[in-house]
Design a binder for this molecule. Structure first.
Ligand SMILES: [Zn+2]
Length: 171
C-alpha cells in the first residue's frame, strides 16, 4: 500500500482521503485547517486568543495546530482551563463531530447555535481523523462518545464522507 501523494508506504487508509503516509496525512489535515481559517477569516493578526485546555485529546491537537499556524499569523496565545472575557477569540477543544452535534441539538431545541467569539479550530476534522492524528503525534487521551455521536460514527462508516457533507450544509 503506497501513499497516493508521495509513493512512500502508506500508514492510513480513510476512504475519503485515500492511502496516505503519516507525513502527508498530517499535511493534509493542517492544510484543511488553514483553508478554513483563511476562507472564514477566523483570526485577525495580533488577535488575543485563549485556548481552553481540558486535558482532552482534542485540546492537545488544538494546541499543536495553533502553534504551527501561529508561525505564519501573529497571534497572542494564552492557554487556560476556563473561559474569561479578556480575549478576542476563544478556541474550544471541539471538532467536526461536536459541531454537527451542537448544530443538531440547537435545531431540535430551538436554541442559539453558537457564540460569536467561540471557535473550534478542529471543526473540519472528524473523529476518525483525530484517532489517526493521536497515533501519528503520539498523544494521549480519548474521545468521549455521546449517543448522537455514535449515530454519526455509524453513518460515517456506512457512507464515508457524510460528516463533511453535514458540515457543508451548516455553514
Ligand atoms: Zn506521503
Amino acid at each position: 500500500m503506497k501513499c497516493i501523494k508521495c509513493q512512500n508506504s502508506a500508514d492510513t487508509d480513510l476512504k475519503h482521503l485515500g492511502n496516505l503516509c503519516s507525513k502527508c496525512f498530517l499535511r493534509t489535515i493542517e492544510k484543511r485547517i488553514r483553508k478554513d481559517l483563511t476562507i472564514n477569516k477566523i483570526f485577525s493578526p495580533n488577535d488575543k486568543i485563549l485556548i481552553i485546555k481540558d486535558n482532552s485529546l482534542k485540546a492537545e491537537l488544538t494546541i499543536y495546530f495553533l502553534n504551527s499556524i501561529s508561525k505564519s499569523i501573529p497571534l497572542k496565545i494564552d492557554i487556560k482551563n476556563k473561559i474569561d472575557n479578556k480575549h478576542d477569540k476563544i478556541v474550544l477543544p471541539k471538532n467536526l463531530d461536536d459541531e454537527i452535534e451542537a448544530f443538531l441539538e440547537a435545531m431540535f431545541n430551538k436554541k442559539e447555535y453558537k457564540k460569536q467569539k467561540e471557535i473550534s479550530l478542529l471543526r473540519t476534522i472528524s473523529n476518525e481523523e483525530i484517532i489517526i492524528l493521536k497515533k501519528i503525534l503520539k498523544l494521549k487521551g480519548n474521545i468521549k462518545e455521546t449517543k448522537l455521536g455514535k449515530t454519526l460514527n455509524n453513518l460515517e462508516k456506512k457512507y464515508p464522507g457524510s460528516k463533511f457533507g453535514l458540515l457543508k450544509s451548516l455553514s
